[in-house]
Design a protein around this ligand. Structure first.
Ligand SMILES: *Cc1c(COP(=O)(O)O)cnc(C)c1O
Length: 225
């Protein structure tokens, strides 16, 4: 049978990630999260049949709709978008594998309160605005370590697992690289506090992100378009 476009795209991404990670080390394992926000449940099921297990959405209602349709498949669901306060309870009820976009102490406090009320925990990443762009969410790099520590100490229903960031939104490779290196330096500092994932790299820059030490990439358009 002819391979679908989505599967051909997945093969290409896997080949590139494999080469990029081996340039770092044989033991540098990179997890690929298929960001399915541009696509429908059918395409996700197609990628599942080609071996992809982890998917992510940036809207709580889309995560709910797609995860319900695909309930019978053993998928892992990630949340990567801005979380509005009035959607926190909905996200908690969906039991995401990992929430990548914990972007302020204020959100951490609110999320922890709602988790506590439901007697639940959630694994999260602290989002860092490493390129200091106004258009982006996340804590400033200078505040990241302290904020991370505070969340670990004060909000026990949040299980912090590392950091997430979006590469600088520019053409110049060096500037993007700088933003990834900033995040990686913070990630290394946070390993003693249990940080395991450094989620960075999207369709346009995942090879560079892996070269800079990312161990989790979030690819959408290069898989689904
Ligand atoms: C959409 C999105 C992605 C994937 O972006 P592509 O450029 O399509 O690969 C990754 N991370 C976040 C936070 C997103 O919103």
């Amino acid at each position: 049978m002819e391979k679908s476009i989505a599967v051909k795209n997945l093969d290409k991404v896997i080949t590139k990630v494999e080469a990029a990670r081996l340039r770092v080390s044989e033991h540098h394992i990179v997890k690929i999260i298929g960001i399915s926000k541009y696509s429908e449940a059918d395409d996700i099921a197609t990628l599942y049949s080609a071996g992809q297990r982890a998917f992510g959405e940036n809207k709580v209602q889309d995560l709910k709709a797609k995860s319900e349709v695909l309930e019978e498949l053993p998928l892992e669901w990630h949340f990567v978008g801005r979380l509005q306060k009035n959607k926190i309870n909905n996200l908690i009820d969906l039991n995401p594998t990992l929430m990548h976009s914990l972007d302020s102490l204020e959100l951490a406090e609110e999320l922890n309160k709602k988790l506590e009320a439901k007697n639940k925990k959630m694994s999260c990443l602290l989002q860092i605005n490493s390129a200091k762009e106004d258009s982006k969410a996340g804590v400033m790099p200078e505040e990241a370590v302290k904020t991370y520590q505070t969340i670990v100490e004060k909000y026990p229903n949040i299980r912090l697992k590392g950091v997430m960031s979006i590469g600088a939104h520019v053409e110049e490779r060096d500037i993007i690289k700088n933003s990834f290196e900033t995040t990686k330096t913070i990630f290394d500092e946070l390993k003693s506090l249990g940080a395991k994932y450094c989620s960075m790299g999207m369709s346009s820059d995942f090879e560079l992100a892996v070269a800079c030490g990312s161990n989790m990439i979030r690819v959408g358009s290069s898989l689904f378009k």
